[in-house]
Design a protein around this ligand. Sequence first.
Ligand code: SER
Length: 909
Amino acid sequence: MKARQDPSRAVGHLGLLGGAPHARRPGGYLETMDSATIRERFLSFFGERDHMRIPSSSLVPDDPTLLLTNAGMIQFKPYFSGEQRPPSRRAITVQKCFRTPDIDEVGKTTRHLTFFEMLGNFSFGDYYKADACPWGWELVTERWGVDPDRLWVTIFETDDEARAIWIDGVGVRPERIVPRSREHNFWDMGVAGPCGPSSEIFVDLGDAFGEPSKYGPGEDEARYVEIYNLVFMQNNCNAAIEPVAELPQKNIDTGAGLERTAFVLQNASSIYDTDLLLGMVHTAEDLTQRTYGRDARTDMSLRVLADHGRGTAFLIADGVLPSNKERGYVLRRVMRRAVRHARLLGRAEPVLPALVDSAITLMGDAYPELEGSRDLIVEVAAREEERFGAALKQGVTLLETGIADTQSSGAPSLPGEVAFRLHDTFGFPVELTTELAGEAGVPVDVAGFESLMAGQRARARAARTTEHAEPRRDLFEPLLEEHGATDFLGYEHLITHARIIGIFDGAEGVPAASEGDEVDIVLDRTAFYAEGGGQVGDRGVIQNTSGAAAVTDTRRFVPGLTAHDVTMRSGELKVGDEVEAIADPVWRLGSQRAHTATHILHWILQNRLGEHARQAGSLVEPGRLRFDFSHFDALGDAQVADVSAELQERVSIDDPVRAFETSLDFAKSIGAMAIFGEKYGDFVRVVEVGAYSKELCGGTHVPHTSSVGVVVVTGESSVGANLRRIEALVGHEGLHYLERRAATLERAAGLLKTSPDEVAERVERLLTTQKDMERRLAEVERAAAAAEAATLAHSAVELDGSRLVVARRDEGVDALRSLAQMLKGRLGSSVIVFGTASSGKANLVGAVSKDLTALGLSARDLLAPGAALLGGGAGGKPELAVSGGPSSDRLSDAMEAVERAARDALLAK
Ligand code: SER
């Protein structure tokens, strides 16, 4: 859908629509500047200062610790630390960003967005504060033309250097410089990584946005808005987001939200009134038949639609699909919130497909990935809306009842169970419930909700866990402290000599284990692979001359420490014993085959379906693999067959499978796939299949793909919204599967007296013949029924101008019902009664013609005395009724009773 070109609604005029709650800002700039010019002036300003233009990176960051790209610097992380060399030490970008903390604010305010574009100039160990501050000032005042008198600057409270540069180097008046604390003027990514003190340039929007303040942005961020943020990237933050170290070099990371800048430079009354968002607002108006700028509540919903529609299109284009986890959940929340606001505005038909379509049209030139995925984006939007739309209404009813109950009972909050039910049955993200209840002034017991969710997860886990009792984690920690991590030798060896450093019987450490005991043994070194990355743990034996244990599984209850689940077969093993630990080679090779096949499958799916087809979970065990991935649709038989064929083809090529250790950053730079949510250290292991698949993986693999042997995809199914599962059999299991299939085919061929090659054709012929016969049989049955009806019509008794048929026919109720109808048609004014009995149950079927029902006769009433005798009740309509009961031995009496009732009724009419 194209945005309307309505000149009366051009930028800057919207606040004049009348009755608007928007404050209209007085002018103050020489010109208003469209967003293309803002972008262009920024790029040329820094281009002239030798900055290299780098394209925006994906919204899905190449960083497993981060949900979504939330700033321009994300793609440059390794350049700030100096670990990797940038292509140029000065760079500029226009970066797609998505911020999640404020989703619920979006729409309510005139400034919040989820998706936005960020302009940024960067220095990687090149220029620093003394250049960055004056350049930022020059950009804002000269290229963008903001009156310097309107500007304020904030600095980190201890940053005297920045203060001096602003005053002496730039000429900012000291009273316009506001020192602020860590909370405001120290920038981090929200996760571990580079961070640093910041300094921002703010613009005073004028009196229409509030009273002036002596402290400017130090007190008020509505009248004073940030337009340009400079981060002096000089520290590294730990996981607790505390700056712990200095980076080896000093860097500059700046950011200016394009929409925010347009809001200021276009003299607009809100971010939504800029040329960047107005097109989307118009689409939302068109879809809902509402006008923006007349009513605050309507405006809020229109803004939600505008922003969320854009965000949805961009997230899907970068491979995110709606789900209940991680970034898929962010997308789902945004989509469902938009649908709800459309319904609030009275739009019952779908909105998301049209909204995303419009976003693609409006922004497709600058972001070709949108155009490239148009069909996919629209399709995903349509399906999600369909999925949620149906449940929304019922959910809202449930919620309204919950809110009313809460209010009338005086309870402090909406019970967690209501939020849980809304989530579980109606797909309401809890944030949506909170927002809706909040509108009615009712808080939600989110803690109660969370605990119900945790309970559900625990039940699901319990259903999955094996019988072997889990030892307590805290038992293992002292061992880890004393002996360090288990030395894993299993990439090269299957057999090791080792020492037993601990034995645990579930609840506690024990000195020894003897025949029959089921315990966990910890060794100082092992070749046993501990379950991880989807690959099952190894099996085998641990033994010495005094005892032997069968290892049934190998796991890590605490990171770094491998525990062997064993059953003692003979003798005794003690802590301190020297033992031989032998991993079962057949079991291990089976796992390796399946694991390598899984990597190849992952690559094929990404290659065929797109980047969104990412691994969501996997199980790799000897002979079998199960691979879950994000995708919005079933693959279909042909596609599954193609994937299976390519898998076998790639396996058959004798590609080497190599593994090497390297830094996380290097691994990412060569495109190694990381699994979201997995924790990786600075050093990682990369597994490479041929020259195509590269994954971060600690698992074990075959050395050459041909060792996988046979791999056959046996099924493709859904395991959740937008989550598909492929199952395959590998090695001998794959071969046996094919053999079984072949044998079944042979058997079928034998039965059909033909060769396997001819089976399909023969079956097709048989099916055609069968259809033909069914058709003929139906004809015969129809004719027989007609004949039957004729015979019965003959037996009809005439009573006062109407006819009565009472007959016993031991047929199914359905057949009798149609026979009665047919007979009624034939006889005209009539009453028809059939009785039938089979296996301890009897039924009566009664039919009465229309002229008689008009006189008050009713099949239901006529059957009633009979039904009572059969021990059942009567039901049905006056024209046609069926009743029945267990006393089949009384069927004749029942029929007589009905006949009497019918006669009386016909004679009395
Ligand atoms: N990283 C900083 C921000 O996002 C500056 O780009 O605001």
